[in-house]
Design a protein around this ligand. Structure first.
Ligand SMILES: Cc1ncc(COP(=O)(O)O)c(C=O)c1O
Length: 364
């Protein structure tokens, strides 16, 4: 007899992880929107210093990181939630807010973890299609908010389509959402978005909207994906309390915390990496347009490319991702992210990006 699991286990979709981690060094890893730049030496040293003390549990209040973020963003430490990656906070938000009978509204395609929230909780997922330019259709999303809505998720810039909305549009949506409905603005890539100004601009919105939560991560611009550190800046301390209640007390390791605190102290290097990433992205976009392909307007460290129209978009996409992998280039197929006939390509180093363009030229 097989083990009997809770009914929700059969509903939860499997997260489409990237393949290829075992392929060795000579692979252009353009599939997971990571930073191509390694952690700064000072960050590595901070992690090494922290590892010496790991016979002890981490500080359960995570004070150093909470205080460093509080100081940077001018937010009370009690309104800052930390997580084992921002995914951890997202899943905890689902657990804290959703239940059978409740509804969660989000655009689709967006971040692949969003469908998990409804599936795990028994809530209803309302997926609102992106507009023709692959942007969030906030008007359509607002009309989907009902008395059952507990959570609205906005991915800005949106993964996988790379597009971003201006904050005035986000504010217009917030005006239309009742104050008891939590709105999570997932800003995993906000540092790359010129449209959004700097990472402090959206923080201002928290003053007006206590139901707003800004979800951020050290996995992208800070180059610490393997450390798993995310945070949320909350309009209301009760959100932080709720996501802490549903999780284990020690959800962030001491080494990860040490690395993140140090990473925050090197904003000049972060800005330099943003500048380089955007320059590399512009060159990558030019290369892709040169192949005659349509790209969404990227505000992130990745691009979203539509493959030429065909009778068999799924087949073409599979053949192209296979062909790219054979040439040592890993990207993400649109079908695994909610839309077939497209590719999501992370901005890598200049050499990796050129390798992608050259491989595509051969395959098209
Ligand atoms: C939009 C978005 N949100 C959140 C995350 C989660 O990041 P992490 O759990 O590494 O902080 C990702 C990762 O790819 C993402 O694309």
């Amino acid at each position: 007899m097989a083990i009997e699991f809770a009914a929700r286990i059969s509903r939860i979709p499997t997260y489409p992880v990237a393949a290829g981690y075992a392929l060795g060094d000579d692979v252009a890893m353009l599939a997971s929107n990571e930073s191509p730049f390694g952690p700064l030496p000072a960050v590595v040293e901070a992690a090494q210093r922290a590892v010496v003390g790991v016979n002890r549990y981490p500080d359960p209040s995570y004070s150093p990181l909470r205080l460093a973020l509080a100081d940077r963003y001018g937010i009370a430490p009690g309104r800052i939630a930390l997580g084992n990656g921002s995914c951890d906070i997202l899943l905890a938000a689902g657990e804290a807010l959703l239940e059978p009978g409740a509804e969660v509204v989000y655009a689709w395609p967006a971040f692949s973890v969003y469908p998990h929230l409804a599936a795990a909780s028994g809530a209803r997922a309302i997926e609102v299609p992106l507009d023709a330019e692959d942007r969030h259709d906030l008007e359509a999303m607002a009309t989907e908010v009902t008395v059952a809505t507990r959570l609205v998720l906005i991915c800005n810039p949106n993964n996988p389509t790379s597009t971003a909305l201006g904050l005035e549009q986000i504010e217009a949506l917030l005006e239309r959402v009742p104050r008891h409905v939590c709105v999570i603005l997932d800003e995993a890539y906000c540092e790359f978005a010129l449209t959004l100004g700097d990472p402090f601009t959206s923080v201002e919105l928290l003053r007006r909207w206590p139901n707003l939560v800004l979800l951020r991560t050290f996995s992208k611009v800070y180059g610490l994906a393997g450390m798993r550190v995310g945070y949320a800046l909350c309009g209301d301390e009760r959100f932080r309390q709720a996501v802490d209640l549903v999780r284990q007390p020690f959800h962030l390791g001491a080494v990860s915390q040490g690395a993140a605190v140090e990473a925050l102290a090197h904003q000049d290097a972060v800005e330099d990496r943003v500048t380089r990433t955007i320059a590399y992205r512009l060159a990558l976009e030019e290369g892709i347009r040169g192949l005659g392909m349509w790209l969404a307007d990227s505000e992130a460290n990745f691009v979203w490319v539509r493959l030429p129209n065909s009778e068999d978009p799924a087949g073409d996409e599979a053949a192209i991702t296979r062909g790219l992998a054979e040439r040592g280039v890993l990207v993400r197929a649109g079908a695994s992210l909610g839309r077939e006939g497209a590719l999501r390509v992370t901005v890598g180093t200049e050499a990796e990006n050129a390798r992608f363009v050259a491989a595509m030229a051969e395959l098209l």
